[in-house]
Design a protein around this ligand. Sequence first.
Ligand SMILES: Cc1cc2nc3c(=O)[nH]c(=O)nc-3n(C[C@H](O)[C@H](O)[C@H](O)COP(=O)(O)OP(=O)(O)OC[C@H]3O[C@@H](n4cnc5c(N)ncnc54)[C@H](O)[C@@H]3O)c2cc1C
Length: 423
Amino acid sequence: MTGGPLRGGPGEMDTAWEVIVVGGGAAGLMAAAAAAARGRRTLLLEKNKKFGVKILMSGGTRCNLTHHASPREVADQFRGAARFLYKAIGQLPPQAVVDLIEAEGVPTKVEATGKVFPVSDRAIDVRDALVRRAERAGAVLVSGVAVKGIARDEIGFRCLVEGGKFTAASLILCTGGKSYPGCGTTGDGYPWAVGLGHTIQPLHPALTPLLSDEAWVHELSGLTLPLVGCRVPFAAERSPVVSRRGALLFTHTGISGPEPMNVSRYYTASQCLAQPWLQIDFLPERTKDSLVADLRQAAGTQGRMAIGNWLERELPERLAGALLERSGLPRGQRLAELPHAQLYALLANLKECPVRITGTKGFDKAEVTAGGIALTEVNPQTMESRLVPGLYLAGEILDVDGPIGGFNFQAAFSTGTLAGRHA
Ligand SMILES: Cc1cc2nc3c(=O)[nH]c(=O)nc-3n(C[C@H](O)[C@H](O)[C@H](O)COP(=O)(O)OP(=O)(O)OC[C@H]3O[C@@H](n4cnc5c(N)ncnc54)[C@H](O)[C@@H]3O)c2cc1C
């Protein structure tokens, strides 16, 4: 898979490609397959030795490749970018992604959360399927070649690489974002896009763990809760502010897991730094009223029961202990003798527990980059730049970022395919 046209030296470098795809990740592999399938002479350049490094490490090396949902439901996860994505995701919906991966001999499964994985739980099977598909379509995939710069003239685009250049009439930029820079994603595409006239919406990390300096949080390190709600108590966007439901993990530096990571984008956006609080709903399936009713009933029938015992029916012991302490309640306090003020403090800690957020793990540990090429400058019907004919943009380099659940790969696969179908 390495070498390709470079083997022949500079002469072959000057081959007039019809389409060059820069970046061999999720979007680039799809784009190359789609362009080559139309008979376009297509070259893909990837700077890593391996294609699809993020695919390989995704989903804990299991690769959550998409989400079992309608195209509309998937697009709507991208908030302000939803309308932009309708066409792309409509053209290559989740079921089409599943079908094409399965057609490569990789069966998939839907987990209870709606996340789709290969049955093998091996991300490499998905990566290999995408590489195989692009190569079979006729694309030339070259790894270990970093593009150093992009230039444009009347013929098309020149991709400058060490020792020469490749030229093509159409260029598809799929260089991803700038998160997990160790994977090769160092934001190379942004300055090229700016050089060609594009605007970059401010870049900030998303899907990254949150830091907190609160000792009680650190003391719960290692505890995982399968279902919590997280509320960002400042108006970063239109209402509802943010309240999702998923798992949370306490760490020795703060909180992680899908749910806190999903809201991390709001803490890395500069306008939010003034109010760095997160509210956690530890019992998202219970209302305050139902908890009060339960407590009253238990106090009537089992008044001697300790509040600690009652709470441990709802929550793990360590968390129950921490929340009682925060509410000023001894674990052994009898239900029949609960002081009102402490009872209401406990309810508040159960349903909207404030946690001070002092930062995040940043781009180094962010699964995606928020911000990117302004969507108003890209045609959503084709992914072609509205400013530079022949330039196409797909995947995470665009100003799109979705929650955990396979949504980000789906957006990359769909925008990459749409670009490849038009480039
Ligand atoms: C740890 C981790 C786990 C994740 N798990 C999931 C998951 O389970 N499900 C999900 O939906 N999403 C997941 N994501 C997010 C997902 O990986 C990205 O949204 C997706 O890979 C974006 O696709 P892309 O093609 O735009 O960019 P990428 O996949 O990042 O590909 C960009 C490619 O461009 C190459 N490149 C960059 N600069 C150059 C250059 N100058 N020359 C040549 N090549 C270059 C890079 O090396 C890279 O291979 C995860 C991300 C991380 C970091």
